[in-house]
Structures are given as structure tokens and as C-alpha cells.
Design a protein around this ligand. Sequence first.
Ligand code: ATR
Length: 276
Amino acid sequence: MIKACVIGWPIEHSRSPMIHGYWLRKHRINGSYEKVAVAPEDIESFLSSLGAQGFAGCNVTLPHKEAALRAADNVHAAARSIGAANTLWLSEDGRLEADNTDAYGFMTHLKESAPSLRLQGATAMLLGAGGAARAILYGLQKAGVERIVIANRTEARAAALAEAFDHGLETIAWDKAEGALKDCDLLVNTTSLGMDGQPPLEMSLKTLPKESVVADIVYTPLETPLLAEARARGNACVDGLGMLLHQAVPGFERWFGVRPEVTKELRDLVVADLKV
Ligand code: ATR
């Protein structure tokens, strides 16, 4: 029996067990995927005994993504560039390997949902400068997006992010972002604005070209006020749930040896759970 898990603090609301449980059943794999609450002070000891506890690997969520990177023996390129790890596995000789699949998850869903978007040479605007923004920035740059403009409420954080990723990045004041939409092929919200219980993102899409794509990483609700406005204006929309589903694929393949698919059935299962 192959065992994997997701660790976080808190971990109660994680949808990862539902996603991996669906794939385990679908592929009739003798395996398990559980949630484990790991307090910040216990993260190092938990990871150093991952193999001894019988786990092939784990997903890592808040607040452990940076600690997981530090604990790893071998850090793969995406995790190194993003500065955080969300997927860990033990190599055959017992080394702890770390990668970050958030950029993969976002980009895969983006390409699926907006197949006509030409990423090579495109201009994108990114709202937010936190951990999610870092992962998406990495994905967009790797896909050849030429110009990325970062707008964040706290400007210093946007500037620090732009500096860390060095080429092709610009920053713009939060209250000037709306005025720069006319040049954007892609707008991505990586802030928590629009999430249930948070204020909506107050941004008019009036000047955004009709052919541009709008993506949101918020998935509660699935149709955020930003996406609702974009849809009403005729822009292609990319919701936040696809990123969550697709980022799980590489980990499952590492631990259980089968590359799973993000099916409509899986998506419907998670959507139904989000409504509960
Ligand atoms: P994550 O790792 O999920 O990206 P984070 O690091 O806490 O989370 O970042 C949250 C992002 O949402 C930040 O860009 C934050 O802006 P600040 O850097 O100014 O804090 C943004 N954010 C959260 N609440 C906001 C609000 N009310 N208005 C504007 N931006 C907000």
C-alpha cells in the first residue's frame, strides 16, 4: 500500500484528499492520501521522518511551503525559482525531493480554458504580489510572456517581486492598474479579493480589449465578481479551480506511478463539495 498526504496548519478545509481519493479509486490503486495537521514547530521533524512514517511523499500547503523547500535534499527548478515547494517525494535512495506544481497547474488550465491566447510575446497584468503571484509569474515567463505588469496594494512588495524575477517585469501603482488594461492580453487576479468573506475586486474592465483573457485564482465562489464582469463583457474567463485540480497531477504521478486526468467528473465532485 502506497501512502501520501497533504500537510498544513490548519488543514481541515483542504480539497486535496478528495482529488487524490478520486484518482486512487478510478485507477484502482492500493494507496491512501490523508490530511495531516502539522504545527509550524513540528515541520522539520515531520519531514525528516516522512519515509519512516511510510509516506512516499506529500503535498505541502500553508504555512509550510518555504520550510519544505529548506528541508529538501534536492530542490527542482520551479520550486527554486518560486521560493516555495508544494510537492515532495522520496527518491529511491531516500533523499527528499521538492518541486512546485502551482505554475504547472495554472498554465495547464490557462491553455485549456483559453486556447486562442498567444502567450509568446504577450502582455499580462498580475494583481497581487504574494506566493501565488510568484508561481504564476514563473509560469508566464517560462511560457514566453514578454511584458508582465505587477500591481499590488503594497507597492514595495510588487517592486521586490519584480526585482527577484529581473527581466521583463514592471510595476504599476494599485490605483493606476485599471488605466493600463488597454494594453493587456491577460489579466490575472492573485489577491484574495473576491473570495467569499472578502471585499470584491473593484476594477472596471471597460478598457480591457474584448480578445483579452481574465483569470482569477479565487475559486470560492467559482464565478468571482471579476469573472462575472469579464464574462458579461465577452472576455474569455479562467477560473481558479482548474489550477487547484491540475497542480495535483504531478504529485499523484510521482507517488502512485500513474498520470491521472482532470476529468469533468472530478471537477463536478469538487464543485459540489465547495457548495456544501
Ligand atoms: P498568497 O500566498 O495566497 O498569494 P499572500 O502572500 O497573503 O497570499 O498575498 C495576498 C495578496 O492579496 C497580496 O498581494 C495582498 O496585497 P498586500 O501585499 O498589499 O497585502 C493582496 N490583498 C489582500 N487583501 C487585499 C485588499 N483588501 N486590497 C488589495 N489587495 C489585497
